[in-house]
Design a protein around this ligand. Structure first.
Ligand code: NAD
Length: 289
C-alpha cells in the first residue's frame, strides 16, 4: 500500500518504520528534518509537504501532538483534504478532542475522503514493538479497510463506534490511568509515613483487588523515585484537558477526574512537565510537607 505518514515523533517514527518493514511504501512528512532523516534511514521516503506526502497515497496516517496540529494538517491549504485523492483513507492516531475527530470526519466526507479516529495506548515501547492498543471510531467498512495497516501497529484493535468514539474511549483511558497513578502515589505516602515498607505493602496490593497494570509496571520505580519518561506529565495534562472538554460536551460531571486533572496541572506548575506521569507522587509528597 502507499501510505502517507505525517508526524514522525516518539510514536509516529517507530510506527512508520514498522509499516516500511511490513512492505508498505511509506512517504513521511514532519516539520522536523531530523525526524524525516530517521524515516529515510528506516527505508521510507521523505516529502517536503503534507501535499506531497498524500498525493499518491491510498492511506494517510497522522500522529501529531494535539488538535491544532491535526487541524492544520487536515484543513490547511497545504493539507490532506485539499490534496488527498477521493477514496483516501485517513487514520488519525493522535490523541485529540472527540469533537475534532467528528469535524475532520464530516469535512473529509464532503471531499470523498474516509476518516477514522484511532488513538492508541501502549506508549513508545508499544509503538516500537507494534503492540499498541488501538481504539477506532468511524464507519465499520472503513475500519475493515484499515485493519491490514492497523495490525502492523498494534495487537488489540477494536472498533468502538462512530466518528469521535475512539477519542472518547482514549479520554476514558487517560482519566483511569491518571486516577490510578494518583491513588498509588497516596498509598506510597501513607505507607511510608506510617513506617510500613512500601515495597512489601504494594506487592500485596498488586496481587489483590487493588492490582493494576500501573502497580505491576511502575510501583518499583515510583518507590525509588525514578521518573524518566515514559509518558510525560505535559502530554497527560493535555489529555486531561481533552477529558474535561469531552465531559462538558457530553453534559456529565466527573468529580474525581477534576481532582486528578488539577493534580496533574500542579505537577506541571511545579516544573515536572517533562517527567513521567508517575511523578504525580512528587505532588502528593509536596502537599504533605
Ligand atoms: P511527539 O511530539 O514526539 O511527535 C509529534 C511529531 O509531530 C513531532 O515529530 C513534530 O515535529 C511533528 N509535528 C508537529 N506539528 C506538525 C505539523 N504541523 N506537520 C507535521 N509534523 C508536525 O509526540 P508523540 O509522543 O509521538 O505523540 C503523538 C500523539 O500520540 C500525541 O497526541 C500523544 O498524546 C499520543 N500518544 C503518545 C504516547 C506516548 O507515550 N508518547 C502514547 C499514546 C498516545
Amino acid at each position: 500500500m502507499n501510505i502517507a505518514f505525517v508526524g514522525l515523533g516518539i510514536m509516529g517514527g517507530p510506527m512508520a518504520a514498522n509499516l516500511v518493514r511490513a512492505g508498505h511504501t511509506v512517504v513521511g512528512y514532519d516539520v522536523s528534518d531530523e525526524r524525516l532523516d530517521a524515516l529515510v534511514g528506516a527505508g521510507g521516503k521523505a516529502a517536503e509537504s503534507v501535499a506531497e506526502a498524500v498525493a499518491q497515497a491510498d492511506t494517510a496516517i497522522t500522529m501529531l501532538p494535539d488538535s491544532p496540529q491535526v487541524e492544520e494538517v487536515v484543513f490547511g491549504p497545504d493539507g490532506l483534504l485539499e490534496h488527498g485523492r477521493r477514496g483516501l483513507l485517513h487514520i488519525d492516531m493522535s490523541t485529540v478532542r472527540p469533537e475534532t475527530a467528528r469535524r475532520v470526519a464530516q469535512a473529509a466526507a464532503v471531499k470523498g475522503i474516509r476518516a477514522l479516529d484511532a488513538p492508541v495506548s501502549g506508549g513508545e515501547r508499544g509503538a516500537v514493538d507494534g503492540t499498541l492498543s488501538v481504539m477506532v471510531g468511524g464507519d465499520p467498512g472503513d475500519f475493515e479497510d484499515a485493519r491490514p495497516v492497523l495490525v502492523v501497529l498494534g495487537t488489540t484493535i477494536v472498533h468502538v463506534g462512530p466518528a469521535g468514539a475512539g477519542q472518547t474511549v482514549k479520554a476514558a483511558n487517560q482519566l483511569v490511568v491518571g486516577g490510578i497513578y494518583g491513588l498509588v502515589a497516596e498509598a506510597i505516602v501513607l505507607l511510608e509515613a506510617s513506617g510500613v515498607d512500601p515495597e512489601a505493602g504494594l506487592d500485596v496490593l498488586a496481587g489483590g483487588l487493588a492490582g493494576s497494570r500501573v502497580l505491576d509496571l511502575k510501583r518499583h520505580s515510583m518507590i525509588r523515585r525514578r521518573f524518566a519518561p515514559g509518558f510525560r506529565i505535559d502530554l497527560h495534562h493535555k489529555d486531561m484537558g481533552i477529558v474535561i472538554a469531552a465531559a462538558r460536551e457530553a453534559g456529565v460531571a466527573l468529580p474525581l477526574t477534576g481532582v486528578v486533572a488539577q493534580l496533574i496541572a500542579a505537577a506541571r506548575a511545579q516544573g515536572y512537565g517533562s517527567l513521567d506521569h508517575s511523578a504525580l507522587l512528587k505532588v502528593v509528597e509536596r502537599i504533605n510537607r
